[in-house]
Write a protein that binds this ligand. Structure first.
Ligand code: ADP
Ligand code: 5GP
Length: 201
């Protein structure tokens, strides 16, 4: 069985990562979405154990102490981190793993696991990003301004990513993500392994 790969999806808050990923995951059981732990309070409609594991700061620190996180970072006043065990388990089961994480966390994962593929999702324009953040209606004006400021510094680091997807329409962004993931599975090293093991059929 082919080992799964890890794909990092980063991009400014409000660019549409959750929306695009929801579409990407529709009807797919060969993909695993890594549910992060966070100290941020849930937004309206967010479910514990589905969107995030919502935990307090002492519990988050305990996870760090136990080396249970593949990476973690602070983002606009809250901690976010990726539980390591379930990511490894999914890859061993042959599933591709998607990490929706910000750029500091992406750097940490790339340093530990250089084979990880990093994809940056950008908005078609700054005005559109602001419209989406406001339109989502989940953050105060002050929080939106902080997230927009953070977005500008994040975009400056985007050129170290392996791929760049502009989320103009959700359909096109999903098609591009699928194309990237498929292409990554066609790399010679992976294909040669399949040929050697004779596991294609
Ligand atoms: P993120 O997960 O990146 O923070 P969301 O998925 O919550 O962003 O999307 C933010 C807002 O933008 C939501 O209201 C969503 O419906 C909207 N949105 C997402 N993608 C698009 C798109 N391609 N065109 C228009 N609106 C979009
Ligand atoms: P939000 O509060 O909008 O859900 O997420 C804020 C930011 O945190 C987003 O850029 C999202 O990608 C990032 N994020 C979510 N989970 C993790 C995580 O486990 N680790 C890191 N480093 N960032 C995360």
């Amino acid at each position: 069985m082919e080992q799964g790969k890890t794909f990092i999806i980063s991009g400014p808050s409000g660019v549409g990562k959750s929306t695009v990923l929801r579409e990407l995951f529709r009807g797919r059981d060969d993909l695993y979405f890594s549910i992060s732990a966070t100290t941020r309070p849930p937004r309206k409609g967010e479910v514990d154990g589905v969107h995030y594991h919502f935990i307090d700061v002492p519990r988050f620190q305990k996870l760090i102490g136990e080396d249970a996180l593949l990476e973690y970072a602070e983002y606009v006043g809250n901690f976010y981190g990726t539980p390591k065990k379930l990511v490894d388990q999914a890859m061993d089961e042959g599933k591709d793993v998607i990490l929706d994480i910000e750029v500091q966390g992406a750097l940490q994962v790339k340093a530990k696991r250089p084979e990880t593929v990093r994809i940056f999702i950008a908005p078609p324009s700054w005005d559109e990003l602001e419209r989406r953040l406001k339109g989502r209606g989940t953050d105060s004006d002050a929080k939106i301004q902080k997230r927009l400021l953070r977005a500008k510094t994040e975009l400056q680091t985007a050129d170290v990513y392996d791929y760049f997807v502009i989320n103009d329409t959700v359909g096109q962004a999903v098609r591009e993500l699928n194309a990237i993931m498929l292409a990554e599975h066609c790399k010679p090293a992976d294909r040669m392994k399949i040929l050697k093991e004779g596991t294609l059929s």
